[in-house]
Design a binder for this molecule. Structure first.
Ligand code: PLP
Length: 427
């Protein structure tokens, strides 16, 4: 990527969507802790309620602090609009419920964040949203999983926890051949490393709780609408293509052709279902976004250094990080994320589960935590925690057997991290 483009990203990360407050002059986007917003006239109130005019009414549907975050992330991702939401998990939930109704089918990568897999299984059991899982790194398998009944495809751009990069353009071609939207979880990449819309994604979502928030403080999520899918007249997606009778018969695909999916996920997801992002968490996520372009290169460089060191360590049999040149996924790294595949990966211990647990207990700088994507380096044993509820054979397929630890490499000095691993692996 040219330095001009990179400059642009940095400038947008600091500024997009925000101006000095026109009333007070406050330069930082204020934390608007108000759940109601005064209407100018009764007519204006009616117009806002009926979606004839945009504006804030009641903060369940959106608030001014979150709106700046929405504009900023939509800009960084190259989307037309975004919806800030309570968590990454609720972002996926609202996307699925906006696209599908009971009885509908979709295809998902079988290698995803454990919480996404659990949500999908429960939505199928309890609400009949039928999911077919396929390996996103095996394009032939993925292609046969998609049928004329498939309504959407869901993948991660960089897979949690292995760090492997998915061939977004090949999967987008499958989605386009079936005229269905491609949904990409871009949490591990962030828009700094990969912008899935440039590779054919129709809907992108994030857990803001990870690298975007970046400091281990917030739980949050965001949905970004590329504005490219043609929903108009498509009866497979009635929430977007058919009239909303209680909103004066508005058809979102016609009234909002560039932002129809975002509007549908706001009106159904926020107003009806209600999992909004609090202004306070939006404020913290916005602060995190302003240094994303500085933090990500350091995360990646540290991850590369630690992965390289562990790959050569006699106590380690495998390191999943595809930033390593010998890794079979390395060509996709070069193509989609030349700066590196993020900072989350797994390592397999020669001494099995016992050695994995001993390593976790012996580390002094690296913390034993369930989250990923923050300033501190983190480690966990997925088989007994994040991926515990999977059948053992699925766990092996997801690359998280009993001898595996998941790492999220932070912003410390890499020499100190390497020394910490060395002393802990000796133990
Ligand atoms: C953490 C995570 C989620 C869920 O996000 P929460 O904010 O924890 O609800 C979804 N996808 C990926 C890839 C994640 O790492």
């Amino acid at each position: 990527m040219s330095s001009e483009c990179r400059n642009r990203f940095a400038t947008l990360a600091v500024h997009a969507g925000a101006v000095a407050d026109p009333v007070t002059g406050a330069r930082v986007t204020p934390l608007y802790l108000s759940n109601g917003f005064a209407f100018e006239t009764p007519e204006a109130a009616a117009d806002i309620f009926a979606l004839r005019k945009s504006g804030f009414s009641y903060a369940r549907g959106g608030n001014p602090t979150g709106a700046v975050l929405e504009k900023r992330i939509a800009t960084l991702e190259g989307g037309t609009n975004a919806v800030a939401i309570a968590s990454g998990q609720s972002a996926l939930l609202v996307i699925l419920l906006t696209l599908l109704k009971s009885g509908d089918e979709y295809v998902s990568a079988n290698r995803l964040f454990g919480g996404s897999l659990g949500l999908m299984r429960r939505l199928e059991e309890r609400h009949d949203l039928k999911v077919t899982f396929a390996n996103p790194l095996d394009l032939a398998e993925f292609e046969t999983a998609v049928t004329p009944r498939t309504r959407a495809i869901v993948i991660e751009s960089i897979i949690n926890p292995s760090g492997e990069v998915v061939d977004l353009e090949a999967i987008s071609a499958i989605a386009k051949a079936h005229n269905i939207p491609l949904v990409v979880d871009n949490t591990l990449a962030t828009p700094y490393l990969i912008r899935p819309i440039e590779h054919g994604a129709d809907i992108v979502f994030h857990s803001l709780s990870k690298f975007i928030g970046g400091h281990g403080q917030v739980i949050g999520g965001i949905i970004v609408d590329a504005g490219k899918f043609n929903w108009a007249g498509d009866v497979r997606y009635p929430l977007i293509s058919e009239p909303w009778e209680d909103y004066g018969g508005v058809v979102l695909a016609e009234k909002f052709p560039q932002t129809a999916f975002g509007v549908a996920s706001r009106v159904y997801g926020m107003r009806d279902l209600g999992p909004g992002l609090s202004p306070f968490n939006a404020f913290l996520a916005l602060t995190g976004t302003e240094t994303l372009h500085l933090r990500m290169p350091r995360h990646v460089a540290n991850a590369q250094a630690v992965a390289q060191h562990l790959a050569n360590h006699p106590a380690i049999t495998a390191v999943s990080y595809p930033g390593l040149e010998a890794h079979p996924n390395h060509p996709l790294v070069k193509r989609y994320t030349p700066e590196g595949p993020g900072a989350v990966f797994t390592a397999t211990l020669k001494g099995g589960e016992e050695a994995a647990k001993r390593l976790i207990s012996s580390l002094k700088i690296v913390s034993h935590l369930a989250n990923i994507g923050e300033t501190r380096s983190l480690i966990i044993h997925p088989a007994t925690t994040t991926h515990k509820n999977m059948p053992p054979e699925d766990r092996l397929a997801a690359g998280v057997g009993p001898d595996v630890v998941r790492l999220s490499i932070g912003l410390e000095d890499p020499a100190d991290l390497i020394a910490d691993f060395d002393q802990a692996l000796k133990a």
